[in-house]
Design a protein around this ligand. Structure first.
Ligand SMILES: Cc1cc2nc3c(=O)[nH]c(=O)nc-3n(C[C@H](O)[C@H](O)[C@H](O)COP(=O)(O)O)c2cc1C
Length: 372
């Protein structure tokens, strides 16, 4: 009960005071401000945040691929690009976080404006283009700190014309990947950045086959996930699933940003013709992929559901579709830092309402099983 009141109060403050100020200012400026503030928070501030945002419940704890997740809500890749916020994100009550995406070489990001808000669509348009400090600096930063949160390292291909050619692209992925052999708790291979030079070549199954063949040669005990685009067709998805099973990739993250400008919901936005959309514009596409992969693999691949999670109901929908874990960014930006705690509290209630003793009983259960 006290957590519920606490979250309601923070929500009111965020929605009525903080958000109207933030939303007057350029979104990248706000993002940079939060990274600066969050990374320099002292122990006392972090302790206070933990008191305000943490929520624990046995029903939400899971051990997946040997990793103990305190709750299923993770921070998606792209918010903490340079791994500066691990302690801060932990204090907001997330169960895990993905840093990056990280590339072998540093990149300052695409020139010009690269982040827009579309409040009516509850979405963001993202055109960062894999801005990050590079694998060397980020892996060293992670090594020198202690972390009290599960960390996934999202590895992508350096955004440059030199990595467009397949062999060079694979070499770049592998060099970046090797830096994190002993850092972090799991890997994500990001093949779905919509904003990089040369597009998303490794969504092509022939090229993906070559990439995964080399990835698995680098020995690691850590689980590996593949992050996919929500815009691929079923035939490509089938081939990607096949390759994941062939190379014993542990799971799939569904999904990255959508850039399908033929989507009528995107057409009406009159948005710049660059970048990919997040939030509610990804939600249905992501849910469809989760349902499909879960049915097809019968749980053999761990699914991390990502895209448009704003409420516990949104999160529960993805879990029932087949996701074991979840990630978000946009929901937190539109609704405030208490969102994670609110979702976790709401999930416990939804599980109880449906008579489940534990979250893992609800994974992959059809929507019809929900009592209204
Ligand atoms: C500002 C921003 C930057 C992002 N950068 C990355 C990235 O570097 N790597 C990646 O895999 N996904 C990136 N994404 C996509 C998110 O990880 C996520 O897949 C997508 O936003 C859908 O989740 P959401 O609706 O909860 O935001 C980014 C998203 C946002 C909003």
């Amino acid at each position: 009960m006290k957590e519920l009141i606490r979250s309601r109060v923070i929500r009111i403050i965020y929605i009525h005071i903080i958000k109207p100020i933030f939303f007057q200012i350029d979104p990248e400026t706000i993002h940079d401000f939060i990274v600066k503030r969050g990374s320099s928070s002292n122990k006392l501030t972090l302790k206070l945040f933990s008191l305000l945002f943490s929520y624990k419940h046995k029903k939400l704890e899971q051990t997946i691929l040997g990793i103990n997740f305190k709750n299923p809500i993770g921070l998606a890749a792209g918010f903490d690009k340079d791994a500066k916020l691990t302690n801060f994100i932990s204090s907001l009550g997330f169960g895990f976080m993905e840093v990056g995406s990280i590339t072998y070489n540093p990149y300052e990001g695409n020139p010009g404006r690269r982040l827009w808000r579309f409040p009516n669509s509850k979405s963001l348009l993202v055109y960062y283009g894999l801005k990050n400090q590079g694998a060397k600096i980020i892996s060293e930063r992670l090594k020198t700190k202690t972390h009290n949160i599960i960390i996934g390292t999202s590895i992508a291909k350096t955004n440059s014309k030199y990595t467009v050619e397949t062999k060079e692209g694979i070499r770049d992925y592998i060099e970046g990947y090797k830096y994190f052999k002993d850092v972090g708790d799991y890997f994500t291979i990001n093949i779905s950045c919509p904003n990089a030079f040369g597009g998303e070549p490794f969504t092509d199954p022939i090229k993906l086959n070559l990439l995964l063949k080399e990835i698995v040669k680098v020995k690691t005990l850590k689980p590996i996930f593949l992050k996919i685009s929500p815009d691929i067709n079923q035939e490509t998805l089938d081939k990607i699933i096949e390759l994941c099973l062939k190379y014993k990739i542990n799971g799939i993250i569904c999904s990255n940003l959508t850039k399908n400008r033929n989507n009528p919901k995107i057409k009406v936005l009159n948005a710049p013709n660059v970048g990919g959309f997040s939030g509610k514009l990804v939600e249905d596409l992501s849910n469809k992929q989760i349902r499909y992969i879960y049915k097809k693999t019968k749980g053999e691949l761990v699914i991390i559901g990502c895209g448009g999670i704003f409420t516990a109901e949104d999160a529960y929908k993805k879990i029932r579709a087949g996701a074991s874990l979840l990630q978000l960014i946009t929901g937190m930006i539109y609704q405030g830092p208490q969102t994670v705690s609110e979702i976790n509290q709401g999930l416990v209630k939804l599980l109880e309402k449906d008579g489940y003793d534990h979250i893992n009983e609800a994974i992959g259960k059809s929507e019809q099983s929900i009592k209204s």
